[in-house]
Write a protein that binds this ligand. Structure first.
Ligand SMILES: Nc1nc2c(ncn2[C@@H]2O[C@H](COP(=O)(O)OP(=O)(O)OP(=O)(O)O)[C@@H](O)[C@H]2O)c(=O)[nH]1
Ligand SMILES: [Mg+2]
Length: 469
């Protein structure tokens, strides 16, 4: 265990009203005390403000100045928040210095602390210490990064529930069941003469293993269907040239992002933009209109459109209500196969046109929204429809937890091992052999919560955090 004391600026770069420097480790309090003069300046602190040795009390805030003891120069007026071990974020002694939020001020304070033997923290090192010191498990530590990076209400809610240990609870109950199956197998190995009980134990072990596999599979499915709550939804707007795809994109963004003209084939490249709507974050892509006889540049654009379509989570297929449905519209729709799709019937404002578009039988099955991208009508309803589609797939995903990719890979390993356990119990294989698979399942589960985890895995996880967290 690293016993150094670390410090970092915990607030974002740039200027702000206040900036926080966080210090953690055995020397945190003495180092900060050496460069801090309390207010009211010149007066002795009263007994109630300090502990028996005259030092800072835990869970107290102190107003004063940070100064350079060598030159005597005053650096800033600050508030210290002192949290003594183990009642702190890292379970070590922690001091948070609330200074003014100028980058130069914060840099000076940090350098001063470094001259007192404190070292700059690595990305995520405070949270890593919280994990190493047992304050949080690995799923909770990972949720801290998700919480900071959350760009929508839905991903924020998910991060909060994971941070408060709800995913850990589900995973722990899976582990408990596996351990209890292991217990009965080991009893069968150690006391083979208790043959009568063995049959009962094997039957119960099998039932429990099947239950565990179901729980693991629910979490794996949640990853597939809820991945976009973590990563954002990839939505792509497609359709024939000139139907109003770029106009729709601009309407969704409420900004003139893509060029709109009456010339068919205006958009040549795919244009992406980020959008948060109804608690869902989305990357929307406007694409080149799909048609059979494109010019060479359009052809390249169409190839890109096909790639976007293949990787999209949701497709918005735009049709022009003022034109009859065309073979090409049907052909585009058929390419989508089983992708979630919303048919967007555009240009509903056009007076004098037949406003009912006769869709193909397959298209009739898809959700259909009428809009006017020119006037912005129907756009709110369309956004709501997209959000509903996202949330309904998440709601059907089980516990409401969405594992991240690392956790999902370990769940895959656990599922494979538990399937082998089930097959072993069903075929009455030797308990010694079945227990090998059980151990494998348990160690995959333990890696999710970080009970056993390699250092390089931790390095990889925490390197993605910001410095100061
Ligand atoms: N009346 C009416 N015109 C619209 C509407 N939406 C788009 N348009 C017009 O349709 C024409 C084509 O619009 P775009 O948004 O450029 O269409 P697009 O599908 O991106 O076209 P390409 O990029 O060429 O494939 C423009 O003249 C728009 O002003 C609408 O809701 N109502
Ligand atoms: Mg366009």
């Amino acid at each position: 265990m690293d016993s150094s004391t670390i410090a970092a600026v915990a607030t974002p770069e740039g200027t702000g009203g206040i900036g926080v420097i966080r210090v953690s480790g055995p020397d945190a309090i003495t180092a900060v005390a050496a460069v801090f003069r309390r207010a009211p300046f010149g007066q002795k602190p009263s007994d109630s403000d300090t502990d028996a040795s005259g030092g800072f009390k835990s869970w107290r805030m102190y107003l004063g100045h940070i100064f350079d003891p060598v030159s005597g120069t005053l650096i800033d007026e600050v508030i210290l928040a002192v949290m003594r071990a183990p009642y702190s974020y890292t379970r070590e002694d922690v001091v948070e210095i609330q200074a003014h939020g100028g980058s130069r001020v914060l840099e000076k304070i940090l350098n001063l602390l470094i001259s007192y033997g404190i070292r700059p923290a690595q990305p995520g090192e405070f949270t890593r210490r919280a994990f190493i010191n047992g304050r949080v498990d690995l799923t909770q530590a990972e949720a801290v990064a998700d919480l900071i990076n959350a760009r929508s209400d839905a991903s924020l809610d998910m991060a909060v529930s994971q941070m408060t240990g709800q995913l850990s609870n589900v995973v722990s109950s899976i582990r408990q069941s596996l351990v209890s199956v292991l217990g009965s197998l080991e009893a069968a190995i150690d006391f083979p003469e208790a043959a009568g009980d063995e049959m009962d134990d094997a039957g119960q072990g099998l039932r429990l293993s099947i239950e565990v596999l179901q729980q693991i599979n629910q979490l794996r499915e949640a990853y597939e269907s809820g991945r976009f709550l973590r990563q954002g939804v990839q939505a792509v707007i497609i359709g024939r040239p000139n139907v109003g795809k770029s106009s729709l994109m601009n309407c969704l963004l409420n900004q003139q992002r893509a060029i709109v003209t009456e010339i068919a084939g205006t958009t040549r490249d795919c244009i992406e933009a980020f959008l948060t709507t109804r608690g869902v974050s989305m990357v929307v892509a406007d694409t080149a209109g799909l048609r059979r006889d494109p010019d060479p540049i359009e052809r390249l654009g169409i190839e890109k459109t096909q790639e976007y379509m293949a990787s999209a989570d949701i497709v918005l297929h735009v049709l022009d209500v003022s034109l009859p449905l065309d073979d090409e519209d049907v052909a585009i729709y058929e390419q989508l196969m089983d992708k979630p799709v919303v048919i967007v019937i555009n240009k509903t404002d056009l007076a004098g046109h037949e406003k009912v578009l006769h869709l193909s039988p397959a298209m009739e099955e898809a959700p259909c929204m009428a809009v006017s991208a020119l006037h912005g009508t129907g756009i709110d309803e369309l956004k709501q429809r997209i959000a509903d589609m996202v949330f309904s797939s998440v709601a059907s995903a089980g516990h409401g937890f969405i594992p991240n990719w690392r956790q999902k890979c370990l769940l895959d390993q656990a599922a494979e091992a538990v399937s082998k356990v089930i097959a072993g119990l069903e075929n009455q294989r030797l308990p010694e052999l079945v227990s090998i698979d059980l151990h494998e399942a348990i160690s995959a589960i333990d890696e999710i919560t970080g009970k056993y985890v390699e250092t390089d895995v931790l390095d990889e996880i925490f390197s993605r955090y910001c410095v100061g967290k």
